[in-house]
Design a protein around this ligand. Structure first.
Ligand code: NAD
Length: 366
């Protein structure tokens, strides 16, 4: 059998870039040939661990390499737009980390540029590949829970500001706080599991209570220790109610730091007319996280499906490579990433104005 050419890939960003390296390590149709990052030590460590031959500093050097077909953009949120536009311009297909962009204006430019250049643009909502999420999505699509009329999605940390004083806590660099960082994941999970209902309005409130006091940094500090004088310009708790065209509502909560018994926990709960489902993951657990609620005859039944561990970015990479090689529609697409960013924009706007915001948006397929 003739050997087909493997796609050649570059990873830009050496923090969460490791998840992309792990994803590509599972994909025989592609190989990572280069990394780029300004933090040379972290990049060199990754290059050694994953046997990547080339390491660049600035991302532009990597994009100049003609033998690279695709890149992952895993840089601070304010760089998603310029790096993605430059990559598409250089003829590369792109996976962007979540959130797609800091706001919908930036996201639209990215989606339009991918269309104009005829390249694949994917966004890394890797939690869609969790086994519990896939089970719930399937049973909802089969109508087994009836009509979903209420849902709750949350991601709450007791003390989990990623890096107090870094780009994460700068409004300019990150575009927002835990809502755009964590909330976007569970918002995507909830909408994806319920077949992407159209959101018509949002009402939201945000708070910044612990961060400005220098409290709530990740235990021991992820990279630095907490500092009461550190810049903290974003919310540390966001709460929103989203109304759907079909009458359903979604309650969303996202926090990096709040006084709670939870450590680092996220989940989605669906309430349907024939049954319910609850995903609750503590410290990123993937098994023992799903409960299903229904009836057998007139008896209420709670079930706990057996679950498998999955590598989320492995699924993202597989679908991306399929889209490039076989022309299958990519999922999650840039358009879906844009839809989520539009909702995030509306949530921040509602919180700022102190009232409900109506949403006009195009339907997304996912
Ligand atoms: N999907 C997930 O679960 C997940 C998890 C963590 C982070 N993320 C996302 O990944 C992105 C990066 O987050 P992080 O935690 O890795 O941040 P980080 O600060 O740890 O790393 C950012 C990386 O970008 C690099 N970078 C910055 N400017 C650059 C330039 N001009 N050229 C080349 N490299 C440059 C830095 O050198 C660094 O390697 C964010 O968008 C974040 O939301 C996603």
């Amino acid at each position: 059998m003739a050997e087909t050419k493997r796609l050649r890939v570059g990873i830009i960003g050496c923090g969460a870039g490791v998840f992309h390296l792990e994803g590509y390590a599972e994909e025989p149709r592609a190989q990572v040939v280069a990394l780029a990052g300004l933090d040379t030590d972290r990049c060199q460590d990754l290059a050694k661990r994953f046997e990547i031959p080339r390491v660049y500093g600035d991302y532009r050097e990597l994009l100049e390499q003609d033998d690279i077909d695709a890149v992952s953009v895993v840089v601070p949120n304010n760089l998603h737009l310029p790096v993605t536009l430059a990559a598409l311009e250089a003829g590369k297909h792109v996976i962007v980390e979540k959130p797609l962009a800091r706001n919908a204006d930036e996201g639209e430019r990215m989606v339009r540029a991918a269309e104009a250049h005829g390249k694949v643009l994917a966004v890394a909502f890797q939690r869609r590949h969790r086994h519990d999420v896939q089970i719930v999505r399937r049973i909802v699509a089969n109508g087994e829970l009836g009509d979903i009329y209420y849902a709750k999605a949350f991601w709450m940390r007791r003390s989990g500001i990623p890096d107090l004083g870094s780009w994460f806590t700068s409004k300019e660099a990150a575009g927002g706080g835990p809502l755009i960082d964590l909330g976007v994941h569970v918002l995507d999970m909830a909408l994806h599991m319920t077949g992407n209902p159209t959101v018509t309005a949002v009402s939201a409130v945000t708070y910044a209570q612990l961060g400005p006091q220098g409290k709530g940094n990740w235990p021991g500090g992820r990279r630095r220790s907490a500092n009461a004088g550190a810049r903290y310009e974003v919310e540390d708790l966001a709460v929103a109610l989203l109304r759907m065209e079909n009458g359903a509502t979604l309650h969303l909560e996202a926090s990096w730091a709040v006084y709670t018994g939870m450590t680092d926990e996220f989940g989605v709960q669906l309430f349907g007319s024939k049954g319910g489902a609850r995903i609750h993951s503590k410290d990123y657990a993937q098994v023992g996280t799903l409960e299903l609620y229904g009836d057998v005859g007139d008896t209420a039944i709670d079930g706990r499906p057996r679950l498998q561990q999955r590598l989320g970015h492995g699924g993202i990479v597989r679908d991306f490579v399929d889209a490039i090689l076989n022309g299958t529609p990519v999922t999650p697409s840039g358009a879906e990433g844009l839809d989520r960013v539009r909702l995030i924009d509306a949530i921040y706007q509602s919180a700022e104005l102190g009232r409900e915001i109506g949403i006009e948006q195009e339907a997304v397929v996912g």
